[in-house]
Design a protein around this ligand. Structure first.
Ligand code: BGC
Length: 447
């Protein structure tokens, strides 16, 4: 059997500024929350810092060469706020603007459609010290930044994403293992609420510009948890907590239905962590968007007994939490349930999907990433089925173009289609790169 994707299907790869650019102090860039956080000993596995990362700041041609090799028709990247406005507010950095202008020119020359995220976790440190997202002034700061982006790059970008995975802001403020490294649940919920208002105000701003061909949306990752045993109350509660109070429900409910869910409201009231909500906030947050980007990595089956064991072995957090069990077979179900539950009536993208190679050190084994091929193949087959069933998924972005700075997991987790030699900054295709290029050129896969 063949798995042919619709005509005009978007095949892409995704990256993010903080994870690939490096050039931390180059071209007038300011510091980000992650620059500072990662330099605190003990925060990053293996002690890696993003100062140089893949050095994309100095190697744009190299990156675009690889995009061409793959044959992708779209590239999802993010803008670095501290590169555009080093102090978060005030002076705009012309070298920062020039860097992204050059990227957009190269993409255009090669017929690659840009999908750009305004915020993929790298907050100017100057704003972090003023409270970051917990400070309601963030709405003003963010809108000013968004306005600079829209005025400079507006219609040159077909797909604008306001925020990538707002949950990272929750994790960084409530769980401590992402920047800024705080452990304050109430503060974290205020940060997320303010972030959502920033999103809504940005959508309004975008609409006011009257762009004809550009679209705007948001990316919320879905790691749907199901109880291993529906009769085991601990498993059921664990899944509910992960989905509703510390997961996608915190965002999808206010974005698509309006307000927080009854369950979340009750939870926040009972735990004294209800954020301050101003009149009109929920209307702002629920601005109609043009698409929803779902980052999909895995489904988790909550077996509380087993989770306790894994947490002891691996520590908390990270996308490896239930490795090596991948429940790709549940992708179609997750898509259907999420669309139905949140009444999502706009087109979707799988805006990120991939797996890491963990703990491998020799290059040959890293290049031979058969496991990645098998995983992506399963995901694509499930996605094909979902599209056949009428789910409106317009594109797929593989995470990631190349091995890069994997946040708290440093450089130990390699997600790339290309192997990054962090000494020579060469990108070498893994087996999966050739495989993905074939999928793209065939607009699908066989068998
Ligand atoms: C994030 C990426 C990250 C990837 C793999 C997503 O959560 O958007 O920045 O590298 O997953 O962990």
């Amino acid at each position: 059997m063949r798995y042919d994707f619709p005509d005009n299907f978007i095949w892409g790869v995704a990256t993010a500024a903080q994870q690939i650019e490096g050039g931390m102090r180059d071209g007038g860039r300011g510091l980000s929350n992650w620059d500072v956080f990662s330099h605190i000993p003990g925060t990053i596995e293996g002690g890696g810092v993003p100062d140089t990362a893949c050095d994309s700041y100095h190697n744009l041609e190299r990156d675009v060469e690889k995009l061409k090799e793959l044959g992708v028709n779209s590239y999802r990247f993010s803008f670095s706020w501290p590169r555009i406005i080093p102090d978060g507010t005030g002076e705009v950095n012309p070298e920062g603007i020039a860097y992204y202008r050059k990227l957009l020119t190269l993409l255009k020359e090669n017929g690659i459609v840009p999908n750009a995220t305004m915020f993929h976790w790298d907050l100017p440190y100057a704003l972090q010290v003023k409270g970051g997202f917990g400070n309601r002034k963030m709405i003003e700061w963010f809108l000013n930044y968004a306005n600079v982006l829209l005025d400079n790059f507006g219609e040159d970008i077909k797909y604008w994403v306001t925020f990538n995975e707002p949950i990272a802001t929750y994790v960084g403020n409530a769980k401590g293992f992402f920047a800024p490294g705080l452990s304050d649940d109430a503060y974290a919920r205020q940060c997320c609420h303010n972030l959502l208002v920033c999103h809504g105000e940005t959508v309004k701003l975008f609409r006011s510009k009257g762009f004809r061909d550009s679209k705007i949306g948001i990316v919320v990752d879905v790691w749907k948890h199901y109880p291993a045993d529906a009769d085991n109350e601990e498993d059921v509660m664990s899944a509910m907590l992960a989905n509703e109070t510390e997961g996608y429900g915190m965002f999808l409910h206010p974005l698509f239905i309006g307000g927080y869910s009854d369950y979340l409201n009750e939870y926040m009231t009972q735990n004294g962590v209800m954020p301050e909500i101003l009149p009109g906030d929920f209307e702002t947050i629920r601005q109609p968007v043009d698409f929803y980007g779902m980052n999909f990595y895995n489904v988790l089956i909550d077996d509380t007994e087993k989770q306790r064991r894994l947490a002891e072995e691996h520590g908390g957090g990270g996308n490896y939490q239930n490795r090596p069990e991948y429940h790709t077979e549940l992708l179609g179900r997750v898509l259907r349930e999420i669309i139905e539950e949140y009444r999502i009536d706009v087109p979707l993208f799988i805006s990120e999907n991939g797996i890491p190679q963990v703990g491998l050190t020799d290059r040959e084994s890293i290049l031979d990433d058969q496991e990645r091929i098998e995983y992506v193949e399963k995901v694509l087959k499930m996605l094909h089925g979902a599209i056949q069933d009428g789910i409106d998924v317009r594109g797929y972005y593989l995470w990631s173009l190349m091995d890069n700075f994997e946040w708290s997991a440093g450089y130990e987790h390699r997600f790339g289609l290309y192997y990054t030699d962090f000494d020579t900054l060469e990108l070498i295709p893994k087996k999966s790169a050739g495989w993905y290029a074939d999928v793209i050129s065939n607009n699908g896969l066989g068998e």
